[in-house]
Ligand binder design. Structure first.
Ligand code: SF4
Length: 455
């Protein structure tokens, strides 16, 4: 068996994706917690650079594999109501920001942002321009469902400043699409990619998923070949996480149609082996980008970041989530909005920021977050960069964790030296596993059954 495939099988355990550390499972109910008020008061005193995430929860139909926070409806008027409430949230939020704070990044995610009609998208864009100071170099990305997008949608998002799009393709095989109830032709995805480029969109990302029902290595190879021919700038190739007890819509899938673990991992290994040969760097986790793409440049410069949207190139941004279920991230603070739509509306009607959960990071959390993010983004830990802790250098402070890295060293996935830990090119497939060694909550066995498989 291929060496990488054998290693993928060996390390295919459950674990976090580390878009944050600690993960959202550690957040606690915010009600009556004074920490939030104190944090907002502090935030107002200093001008910061912001990254805004806007969650649009609506979808016209249910994809059976879905694990997102969404509301299925065909009633497009619900978009108007939702934007009314987003405006209420923006008004409350801007009261907690320093007036000189600058927004450098915007991302529309979902659900389906293109559920909104072109006029609704224009209105949402004009609200963002009204309530926030947008940087001239704004990076503005929108997730697109190729089944629900018209020329007018593309024109509208470009008009409000969007310069990046991400197309949810998942798989081009008709049997797979039928099994997951998400049918869209390859020609449609090709047409929308061309439409976006012609409208001036600078960067196009494709999302694919491996491990879906009816997928085989052979169908996946064909999907990958087809989509590479459209020449996107980036790929995100996600592992399908089958967790029907947590994501009820997945109960609709026929489990007998799921590929075996070995077949599934062979798809990932195929992607990892194929994409670099076709001009895409393996950034880490599920992400690939062309050599000239900002993600590749950031990886090479050591400035790559990781946040709730995956990998990012802009350091030191404060993340602000708007909309139901969205997550915000300050320096030592995470908050999550109410996940229930009517309760989200109710809190805004009461004139309250719709925050449901919070987590204040301890000194230990901050230290471990730094280590885990360096593993995920830089692929190395340099011991000298960490100050002594109670008089102990990194190698003694984390001696148990470093000893736990032995299986990765034995497989040639990391190099351990007195200076630090360096992840080898093959080891980039196992970033989650290596980061897990430094996760204090996993060590304490908190929530460890709630995560997807790492590979
Ligand atoms: S996968 Fe996307 S489009 Fe499909 S139901 Fe989930 S959020 Fe909606």
């Amino acid at each position: 068996m291929n060496k990488l495939l054998t290693q993928a099988k060996k390390f295919n355990v459950s674990g976090p994706r580390y878009t944050s550390y600690p993960t959202a499972l550690q957040f606690e109910v915010a009600e009556n917690d004074p920490a939030l008020g104190l944090y907002l008061e502090e935030r107002k005193k200093r001008a910061t650079s912001l990254s805004l995430y806007i969650h649009i929860p609506f979808c016209f139909s249910l994809c059976w594999y879905c694990g997102c926070t969404k509301v299925i409806t065909k009633n497009q008027d619900r978009g108007d109501t939702y934007i009314d409430y987003l405006e209420k949230e923006m008004k409350l939020l801007t009261g907690t920001l320093h007036p000189d704070s600058i927004t450098e990044q915007i991302h529309f995610g979902g659900g389906t942002p293109t559920f909104l009609s072109p006029p609704q998208l224009l209105r949402l864009g004009s609200l963002l321009h009204r309530y926030f100071n947008l940087a001239g170099t704004l990076e503005f990305s929108v997730e697109i469902d190729p089944r629900r997008v018209s020329t007018e949608h593309i024109d509208a998002i470009v008009e409000i400043g969007c310069n990046r799009v991400s197309l949810g393709i998942q798989d081009t095989n008709t049997d797979v699409q039928t099994a997951i109830r998400r049918v869209q032709s390859f020609e449609e995805s090709a047409r929308i990619t061309e439409m976006a480029r012609n409208a001036g969109i600078e960067s196009v990302n494709f999302d694919l998923i491996y491990g879906l029902p009816k997928q085989t290595l052979s169908t996946f190879k064909k999907t990958l070949d087809q989509v590479i021919s459209l020449d996107p700038d980036r790929f995100a190739i996600y592992s399908y996480a089958h967790m029907p007890s947590i994501m009820p819509s997945q109960k609709l899938l026929n489990e007998a149609d799921l590929p075996s673990v070995e077949e599934k991992l062979s798809m990932l290994v195929h992607a990892v082996n194929t994409l670099p040969a076709r001009g895409y760097n393996f950034i880490g986790m599920d992400h690939f980008a062309k050599e000239a793409d900002e993600l590749s440049i950031a990886l090479n410069n050591g400035t790559l970041q990781r946040n709730f949207q995956g990998y990012s190139t802009r350091p030191e941004l404060e993340m602000i989530g708007l909309g139901m279920s969205s997550i915000s991230q300050g320096w030592d603070f995470y908050t999550q909005n109410e996940k229930d739509l009517s309760r989200y509306y109710q809190l805004l009607d009461e004139g309250t920021l719709p925050v449901k959960k919070i987590l204040t990071l301890s000194e230990e959390d901050l230290l471990r977050r730094r280590i885990i993010m360096q593993i995920m983004c830089k692929g190395e830990i340099l011991f000298d960069e960490y100050p002594l802790h109670n008089g102990l250098p990194f190698s003694e402070r984390f001696s148990e964790e470093l000893a736990s890295l032995a299986p990765f060293e034995k497989e040639g996935l990391i190099q351990l030296s007195e200076k630090g830990v360096k992840i080898t090119p093959d080891g980039r497939l196992f970033l989650r596993n290596i980061a897990m060694v430094f996760d204090e909550y996993l060590q304490k066995k908190i929530h460890q059954n709630a995560y997807s498989k790492t590979i």
